[in-house]
Design a protein around this ligand. Sequence first.
Ligand SMILES: *[C@@H]1O[C@H](CO)[C@@H](O)[C@H](O)[C@H]1NC(C)=O
Length: 317
Amino acid sequence: MAGLEKGNHTRITEFLLVGFETLPELQITLFVVFFIIYLATVAGNLLLVLTVWTDHHLHTPMYFFLSNLSFLETGYVSTIIPRLLASLATGDKTISLLGCFLQLFVFSFLGATECFLLTGMSYDRYLAICDPLHYASNMSPRFSFLLAFASWALGFVAPSFTVIMASLLPFCGPSEINHFFCDLTALLKLPCTNTSLIETTALISAFTISMVPFVLTITSYVYVILTILRIPSTTGRKKAFSTCSAHLIVVSMFYGALIIMYVVPSGNQSLDFNKVFSLLYTVVTPMFNPIVYSLRNQEVKDALRRAIGKMWPSTKM
Ligand SMILES: *[C@@H]1O[C@H](CO)[C@@H](O)[C@H](O)[C@H]1NC(C)=O
Protein backbone atom coordinates (compact mmCIF):
# COMPACT_ATOMS: atom_id res chain seq x y z
CA MET A 1 0.00 0.00 0.00
CA ALA A 2 2.69 2.42 1.06
CA GLY A 3 4.69 1.41 -2.01
CA LEU A 4 1.75 2.25 -4.25
CA GLU A 5 1.45 5.70 -2.70
CA LYS A 6 5.17 6.38 -3.07
CA GLY A 7 5.21 5.25 -6.68
CA ASN A 8 2.33 7.50 -7.62
CA HIS A 9 3.97 10.92 -7.32
CA THR A 10 1.21 13.24 -8.44
CA ARG A 11 1.82 16.35 -6.42
CA ILE A 12 -1.32 17.91 -5.05
CA THR A 13 -1.83 21.53 -6.03
CA GLU A 14 -3.83 22.80 -3.09
CA PHE A 15 -4.52 22.12 0.55
CA LEU A 16 -7.75 22.21 2.49
CA LEU A 17 -7.64 24.26 5.69
CA VAL A 18 -10.15 22.40 7.79
CA GLY A 19 -10.54 25.19 10.35
CA PHE A 20 -13.26 24.70 12.90
CA GLU A 21 -15.57 21.87 12.01
CA THR A 22 -18.80 22.84 13.65
CA LEU A 23 -22.45 23.12 12.86
CA PRO A 24 -23.17 25.47 9.93
CA GLU A 25 -25.06 27.85 12.25
CA LEU A 26 -21.98 28.22 14.40
CA GLN A 27 -19.88 29.29 11.41
CA ILE A 28 -21.79 32.58 11.32
CA THR A 29 -21.25 33.14 15.03
CA LEU A 30 -17.56 32.36 14.63
CA PHE A 31 -17.36 34.76 11.71
CA VAL A 32 -18.89 37.58 13.74
CA VAL A 33 -16.68 36.89 16.77
CA PHE A 34 -13.44 36.76 14.76
CA PHE A 35 -14.45 39.78 12.73
CA ILE A 36 -15.00 41.88 15.85
CA ILE A 37 -11.75 40.63 17.41
CA TYR A 38 -9.87 41.42 14.21
CA LEU A 39 -11.24 44.96 13.98
CA ALA A 40 -10.54 45.61 17.66
CA THR A 41 -6.98 44.28 17.37
CA VAL A 42 -6.09 46.27 14.28
CA ALA A 43 -7.78 49.44 15.57
CA GLY A 44 -6.14 49.18 19.01
CA ASN A 45 -2.67 48.51 17.68
CA LEU A 46 -2.81 51.15 14.95
CA LEU A 47 -4.15 53.69 17.44
CA LEU A 48 -1.12 53.01 19.63
CA VAL A 49 1.25 53.38 16.65
CA LEU A 50 -0.44 56.66 15.65
CA THR A 51 -0.42 58.01 19.19
CA VAL A 52 3.30 57.36 19.60
CA TRP A 53 4.00 58.73 16.14
CA THR A 54 2.11 62.00 16.60
CA ASP A 55 2.83 62.80 20.26
CA HIS A 56 6.33 64.17 20.78
CA HIS A 57 6.21 63.33 24.50
CA LEU A 58 6.39 59.72 23.41
CA HIS A 59 9.39 60.05 21.14
CA THR A 60 11.62 57.88 23.31
CA PRO A 61 13.19 54.46 22.66
CA MET A 62 10.67 52.75 24.94
CA TYR A 63 7.70 54.01 22.94
CA PHE A 64 9.48 53.41 19.66
CA PHE A 65 9.76 49.73 20.61
CA LEU A 66 6.18 49.71 21.80
CA SER A 67 4.80 51.10 18.56
CA ASN A 68 7.04 48.76 16.61
CA LEU A 69 5.55 45.84 18.52
CA SER A 70 2.02 47.07 17.79
CA PHE A 71 2.89 47.47 14.13
CA LEU A 72 4.16 43.89 14.15
CA GLU A 73 1.02 42.56 15.87
CA THR A 74 -1.13 44.19 13.20
CA GLY A 75 0.75 42.29 10.52
CA TYR A 76 0.71 39.10 12.56
CA VAL A 77 -3.07 38.95 12.97
CA SER A 78 -3.52 40.01 9.36
CA THR A 79 -1.70 36.92 8.08
CA ILE A 80 -4.17 34.68 9.88
CA ILE A 81 -7.59 36.13 10.63
CA PRO A 82 -8.65 37.54 7.20
CA ARG A 83 -7.98 34.14 5.59
CA LEU A 84 -10.02 32.47 8.32
CA LEU A 85 -12.84 35.00 7.91
CA ALA A 86 -12.93 34.41 4.16
CA SER A 87 -13.29 30.68 4.55
CA LEU A 88 -15.95 31.06 7.27
CA ALA A 89 -17.90 33.42 5.02
CA THR A 90 -17.64 31.52 1.74
CA GLY A 91 -17.13 27.96 2.91
CA ASP A 92 -14.18 27.73 0.52
CA LYS A 93 -11.42 26.05 2.51
CA THR A 94 -8.85 25.57 -0.25
CA ILE A 95 -5.48 27.27 -0.19
CA SER A 96 -2.75 26.93 -2.81
CA LEU A 97 0.56 25.35 -1.82
CA LEU A 98 2.31 28.67 -2.42
CA GLY A 99 -0.28 30.56 -0.34
CA CYS A 100 0.08 28.05 2.45
CA PHE A 101 3.88 28.24 2.64
CA LEU A 102 3.77 32.00 2.33
CA GLN A 103 1.40 32.18 5.29
CA LEU A 104 3.60 29.78 7.25
CA PHE A 105 6.65 31.89 6.48
CA VAL A 106 5.17 35.31 7.29
CA PHE A 107 3.62 33.97 10.46
CA SER A 108 6.92 32.40 11.61
CA PHE A 109 8.89 35.48 10.58
CA LEU A 110 6.68 37.81 12.63
CA GLY A 111 6.53 35.39 15.58
CA ALA A 112 10.33 35.16 15.71
CA THR A 113 10.64 38.93 15.32
CA GLU A 114 8.33 39.35 18.31
CA CYS A 115 10.63 37.19 20.45
CA PHE A 116 13.63 39.33 19.49
CA LEU A 117 11.76 42.61 19.86
CA LEU A 118 10.58 41.67 23.36
CA THR A 119 14.22 40.97 24.20
CA GLY A 120 15.23 44.41 22.89
CA MET A 121 12.48 46.00 24.98
CA SER A 122 13.63 44.20 28.11
CA TYR A 123 17.19 45.38 27.46
CA ASP A 124 15.89 48.93 27.11
CA ARG A 125 14.16 48.66 30.51
CA TYR A 126 17.30 47.10 31.98
CA LEU A 127 19.42 50.07 30.86
CA ALA A 128 16.80 52.60 31.97
CA ILE A 129 16.37 51.20 35.46
CA CYS A 130 19.69 49.58 36.31
CA ASP A 131 21.92 52.27 34.81
CA PRO A 132 19.79 55.44 34.58
CA LEU A 133 22.74 57.85 34.52
CA HIS A 134 24.07 56.45 31.26
CA TYR A 135 20.67 55.61 29.75
CA ALA A 136 20.57 58.49 27.28
CA SER A 137 23.99 57.69 25.88
CA ASN A 138 23.57 53.90 25.96
CA MET A 139 20.13 53.77 24.36
CA SER A 140 20.40 56.45 21.69
CA PRO A 141 17.62 56.72 19.09
CA ARG A 142 20.12 55.31 16.61
CA PHE A 143 20.86 52.28 18.78
CA SER A 144 17.18 51.59 19.45
CA PHE A 145 16.46 51.72 15.73
CA LEU A 146 19.37 49.33 15.18
CA LEU A 147 18.02 46.91 17.79
CA ALA A 148 14.58 46.94 16.17
CA PHE A 149 16.07 46.51 12.74
CA ALA A 150 18.20 43.58 13.92
CA SER A 151 15.05 41.96 15.39
CA TRP A 152 13.25 42.18 12.06
CA ALA A 153 16.28 40.94 10.12
CA LEU A 154 16.96 38.02 12.46
CA GLY A 155 13.26 37.19 12.57
CA PHE A 156 13.26 37.00 8.79
CA VAL A 157 16.30 34.74 8.57
CA ALA A 158 15.74 32.46 11.55
CA PRO A 159 12.68 30.45 10.41
CA SER A 160 13.46 30.48 6.67
CA PHE A 161 15.54 27.29 6.69
CA THR A 162 12.72 25.23 8.22
CA VAL A 163 10.07 26.73 5.95
CA ILE A 164 12.14 26.16 2.79
CA MET A 165 12.82 22.58 3.88
CA ALA A 166 9.11 22.00 4.48
CA SER A 167 8.18 23.43 1.09
CA LEU A 168 10.48 20.93 -0.64
CA LEU A 169 8.70 17.91 0.83
CA PRO A 170 6.63 15.81 -1.55
CA PHE A 171 2.89 16.29 -1.02
CA CYS A 172 0.93 13.66 -2.89
CA GLY A 173 -1.37 12.11 -0.33
CA PRO A 174 -4.02 13.69 1.85
CA SER A 175 -4.51 17.43 1.51
CA GLU A 176 -6.50 18.28 4.64
CA ILE A 177 -4.65 20.46 7.15
CA ASN A 178 -6.40 20.02 10.45
CA HIS A 179 -5.97 23.65 11.48
CA PHE A 180 -7.30 27.13 10.73
CA PHE A 181 -3.98 28.32 9.30
CA CYS A 182 -0.91 26.68 7.78
CA ASP A 183 0.63 25.59 11.04
CA LEU A 184 3.83 23.59 10.65
CA THR A 185 2.88 20.78 13.04
CA ALA A 186 -0.39 20.18 11.22
CA LEU A 187 1.28 20.52 7.81
CA LEU A 188 3.93 17.92 8.66
CA LYS A 189 1.24 15.26 9.01
CA LEU A 190 0.70 15.33 5.23
CA PRO A 191 3.86 14.61 3.19
CA CYS A 192 4.11 11.16 1.60
CA THR A 193 7.58 10.66 3.01
CA ASN A 194 9.27 10.30 6.36
CA THR A 195 9.22 13.65 8.15
CA SER A 196 11.32 12.86 11.22
CA LEU A 197 14.36 14.84 10.01
CA ILE A 198 12.43 18.04 9.38
CA GLU A 199 10.42 17.55 12.57
CA THR A 200 13.66 17.43 14.56
CA THR A 201 15.08 20.43 12.68
CA ALA A 202 11.88 22.41 13.24
CA LEU A 203 11.84 21.57 16.94
CA ILE A 204 15.47 22.59 17.47
CA SER A 205 14.94 25.77 15.47
CA ALA A 206 11.73 26.76 17.32
CA PHE A 207 13.33 25.94 20.65
CA THR A 208 16.41 28.10 19.92
CA ILE A 209 14.39 30.99 18.48
CA SER A 210 12.16 31.14 21.54
CA MET A 211 14.44 30.01 24.35
CA VAL A 212 17.48 32.25 23.80
CA PRO A 213 15.33 35.44 23.78
CA PHE A 214 13.30 34.06 26.69
CA VAL A 215 16.36 33.56 28.90
CA LEU A 216 17.79 36.99 27.97
CA THR A 217 14.42 38.68 28.61
CA ILE A 218 13.94 36.99 31.98
CA THR A 219 17.50 37.88 33.00
CA SER A 220 16.92 41.56 32.17
CA TYR A 221 13.69 41.70 34.15
CA VAL A 222 15.21 39.87 37.13
CA TYR A 223 17.87 42.61 37.30
CA VAL A 224 15.16 45.25 36.82
CA ILE A 225 13.04 43.87 39.66
CA LEU A 226 16.03 43.47 42.00
CA THR A 227 17.01 47.09 41.31
CA ILE A 228 13.48 48.35 41.88
CA LEU A 229 13.26 46.49 45.20
CA ARG A 230 16.41 48.26 46.37
CA ILE A 231 14.95 51.75 45.73
CA PRO A 232 14.47 53.21 49.23
CA SER A 233 11.42 55.46 48.68
CA THR A 234 7.99 53.96 48.04
CA THR A 235 7.06 56.58 45.43
CA GLY A 236 10.33 56.00 43.57
CA ARG A 237 9.70 52.26 43.60
CA LYS A 238 6.13 52.73 42.33
CA LYS A 239 7.27 55.06 39.56
CA ALA A 240 10.01 52.69 38.36
CA PHE A 241 7.66 49.73 38.52
CA SER A 242 4.89 51.51 36.59
CA THR A 243 7.13 51.87 33.53
CA CYS A 244 7.75 48.16 33.28
CA SER A 245 4.71 46.40 34.70
CA ALA A 246 3.03 46.47 31.28
CA HIS A 247 6.15 44.90 29.76
CA LEU A 248 6.05 42.16 32.34
CA ILE A 249 2.38 41.41 31.63
CA VAL A 250 2.93 41.30 27.85
CA VAL A 251 6.03 39.13 28.13
CA SER A 252 4.21 36.73 30.48
CA MET A 253 1.23 36.47 28.10
CA PHE A 254 3.45 35.82 25.09
CA TYR A 255 5.71 33.21 26.68
CA GLY A 256 2.86 31.78 28.75
CA ALA A 257 1.01 30.91 25.53
CA LEU A 258 4.21 29.57 23.95
CA ILE A 259 5.01 27.38 26.95
CA ILE A 260 1.48 25.99 27.00
CA MET A 261 1.87 25.15 23.31
CA TYR A 262 5.21 23.41 23.64
CA VAL A 263 5.05 21.87 27.07
CA VAL A 264 1.48 20.74 27.56
CA PRO A 265 0.84 18.86 24.31
CA SER A 266 4.03 16.80 24.61
CA GLY A 267 2.12 14.22 26.62
CA ASN A 268 -1.04 14.65 24.62
CA GLN A 269 -0.26 15.02 20.91
CA SER A 270 -3.74 16.06 19.91
CA LEU A 271 -4.07 18.42 16.97
CA ASP A 272 -7.41 19.72 18.19
CA PHE A 273 -5.78 20.83 21.40
CA ASN A 274 -3.07 22.50 19.32
CA LYS A 275 -5.75 24.19 17.22
CA VAL A 276 -7.71 25.63 20.11
CA PHE A 277 -4.66 26.73 22.07
CA SER A 278 -3.03 28.43 19.11
CA LEU A 279 -6.01 30.81 19.23
CA LEU A 280 -4.32 32.10 22.37
CA TYR A 281 -1.23 33.47 20.64
CA THR A 282 -2.70 34.16 17.21
CA VAL A 283 -5.85 35.95 18.33
CA VAL A 284 -6.00 36.71 22.04
CA THR A 285 -2.51 38.05 22.86
CA PRO A 286 -2.33 40.53 19.94
CA MET A 287 -5.68 41.96 21.01
CA PHE A 288 -4.63 42.46 24.62
CA ASN A 289 -1.23 44.09 24.05
CA PRO A 290 -2.47 47.61 23.25
CA ILE A 291 -5.08 47.36 26.02
CA VAL A 292 -2.42 46.41 28.56
CA TYR A 293 -0.09 49.20 27.43
CA SER A 294 -2.73 51.89 27.40
CA LEU A 295 -4.35 50.96 30.69
CA ARG A 296 -1.15 50.39 32.64
CA ASN A 297 0.69 53.39 31.37
CA GLN A 298 -0.06 56.94 32.48
CA GLU A 299 1.94 58.52 29.65
CA VAL A 300 0.00 56.64 26.97
CA LYS A 301 -3.26 57.56 28.68
CA ASP A 302 -2.25 61.23 28.78
CA ALA A 303 -1.19 61.16 25.13
CA LEU A 304 -4.51 59.57 24.11
CA ARG A 305 -6.33 62.24 26.08
CA ARG A 306 -4.36 64.99 24.34
CA ALA A 307 -5.03 63.40 20.93
CA ILE A 308 -8.76 63.13 21.56
CA GLY A 309 -8.79 66.67 22.97
CA LYS A 310 -7.19 67.91 19.75
CA MET A 311 -9.62 66.05 17.51
CA TRP A 312 -12.78 66.85 19.45
CA PRO A 313 -12.02 69.86 21.66
CA SER A 314 -15.40 69.67 23.37
CA THR A 315 -14.88 66.15 24.79
CA LYS A 316 -13.69 65.93 28.36
CA MET A 317 -12.02 62.72 29.45
C1 LIG B 1 9.76 49.14 13.19
O1 LIG B 1 11.16 48.90 13.03
C2 LIG B 1 11.60 48.66 11.70
C3 LIG B 1 13.05 48.33 11.73
O2 LIG B 1 13.78 49.18 12.53
C4 LIG B 1 11.26 49.87 10.84
O3 LIG B 1 11.64 49.63 9.51
C5 LIG B 1 9.77 50.16 10.92
O4 LIG B 1 9.46 51.33 10.20
C6 LIG B 1 9.34 50.33 12.37
N1 LIG B 1 7.88 50.55 12.41
C7 LIG B 1 7.27 51.36 13.30
C8 LIG B 1 5.83 51.55 13.15
O5 LIG B 1 7.88 51.88 14.21
